[in-house]
Design a protein around this ligand. Structure first.
Ligand code: ATP
Ligand code: MG
Length: 373
């Protein structure tokens, strides 16, 4: 397995950090400090350098520091024993720029997957509670970190889908049907849709046993945790179904079948995790899911993704925290970042983890300190 770790990071006007520079251990980095000092923001900056976007906000205007119109991130990495420098700049009204060793990327999608990263954060709960779109996004994000052709298919598919929906809406208003153009879109949706379906099926198959195994390790119990991929393409050919539904789609102005309707189901002992799982069980499942994601990506890329653990010990009982520490404390993982508000608990955990670990204490800036009460 090739090595990967972030050596240094620089943040300028990224969320609450006006200017921050830190050097990291290639093993375990604990980020501690009071609520609101910017621990999660720092983790997000690491994620941003890997995925070209924030894990927490889809809009970069929320990522730039209040009252500012530009932010910058710089990361100095070691990847397969080679030094790599990534620089990202964002300015209001301009295209985001990403440079690797001073050379601009033409497409951001060329960068995604180069420094794989896996996050475990309280926000992941929306994968259970939220709509199917979030679960598709999760699958897409995992697959695209290990398969760049997938991201291309996805971009094409979404573009054609938008065009097809726009055409349907036009036809809905004018009453005229442009069957030639529609047919062309259908062929393209079939082509890219099948590629996406095949990759998602392989993803679900590859993740299934991993999730089960991690869940058992964390919970220490034999509860069966499962995930199931649900797609219309398991039942019909997309091209035929699109043709069958043309009239209906023209009436609604919307494409009613395709991989944009796929979903993933999570279950515990054959019961819906969302409806019946306890808070701790749900959290354990999400951690199992993310550790499975880690394995899935490392197997495909031959790199150990950077593991970003945000507040993961909350809500877990002492037994599960212990299991989790044992799990993380193996050579299986590469560089790890852990945030926690309890400096004592973290340093205790860090001491018990045999690997070399470093504690980074963040504090409020003077200006912010005066605003706290
Ligand atoms: N765009 C922004 N500009 C300036 N500050 C921001 C921006 N977005 C968020 N913040 C603020 O940054 C601060 C740090 O948030 P962050 O979530 O990183 O804190 P944290 O250290 O993880 O806290 P907690 O222990 O509660 O999880 C918060 O006060 C938040 O409101
Ligand atoms: Mg936080």
């Amino acid at each position: 397995m090739d090595s990967l770790f972030l050596k240094d990071i620089r943040l300028y006007n990224f969320k609450n950090h006006e200017s921050l520079e830190l050097s990291f251990s290639d093993k375990i980095n604990c980020i501690v400090g009071r609520n609101g000092v910017g621990k999660t923001a720092l983790l997000d900056a690491v994620y941003y350098l890997s995925m070209c976007k924030s894990y927490f906000s889809s809009n970069d205007k929320q990522t730039v520091r209040f009252q500012e119109d530009a932010f910058m991130l710089e990361g100095f990495y070691s990847r397969s024993n080679k030094e790599e420098r990534i620089k990202c700049g964002w300015k209001l009204g301009q295209k985001k720029s990403f440079k690797r060793n001073d050379k601009s990327y033409e497409r951001l999608s060329d960068h995604i997957g180069f420094f794989p990263a896996v996050v475990i954060a309280p926000k992941d709960h929306e994968l259970i509670d939220g709509g199917s779109e979030l679960r598709r996004k999760f699958a897409d994000q995992v697959i695209s970190q290990s398969n760049s052709a997938y991201l291309e298919s996805l971009i094409h598919y979404n573009r054609v889908l938008l065009q097809r929906n726009a055409l349907l809406k036009m036809q809905q208003q004018s009453g005229r049907v442009e069957s030639g153009l529609l047919e062309n879109y259908d062929f393209q949706l079939e082509l890219y849709g099948n590629q996406i379906f095949t990759a998602r099926s392989a993803f679900a198959e590859g993740m299934k046993e991993l999730v089960q195994s991690y869940y058992s390790q964390i919970s220490g119990r034999q509860e069966e945790a499962s995930m199931q991929y649900q797609s219309g393409l398991q039942e019909y050919s997309l091209l035929e179904e699109l043709k069958k539904r043309t009239k209906l789609d023209c009436l609604s102005g919307y494409t009613s079948v395709g991989v944009h309707k796929d979903d993933l189901y999570w279950n515990l002992k054959d019961k819906s995790l969302k409806a019946f799982g306890s808070q701790g069980q749900q959290k354990s499942f999400l951690i199992a899911l993310k550790l499975a994601q880690f394995d899935f990506i490392s197997k495909k890329t031959n790199l150990k993704p950077i593991l970003l653990l945000d507040d993961i010990f909350d809500k877990l009982d002492a037994h599960r925290v212990e299991q989790l520490i044992q799990l993380v404390n193996t050579h299986h993982y590469g560089q790890i970042f852990i945030t926690d508000t309890h400096a004592d608990r973290t340093s205790d955990i860090a001491k018990r983890i045999n690997e070399e670990s470093v504690i980074h204490e963040l504090s409020y800036s003077e200006e912010e300190e005066t605003k706290q009460f």
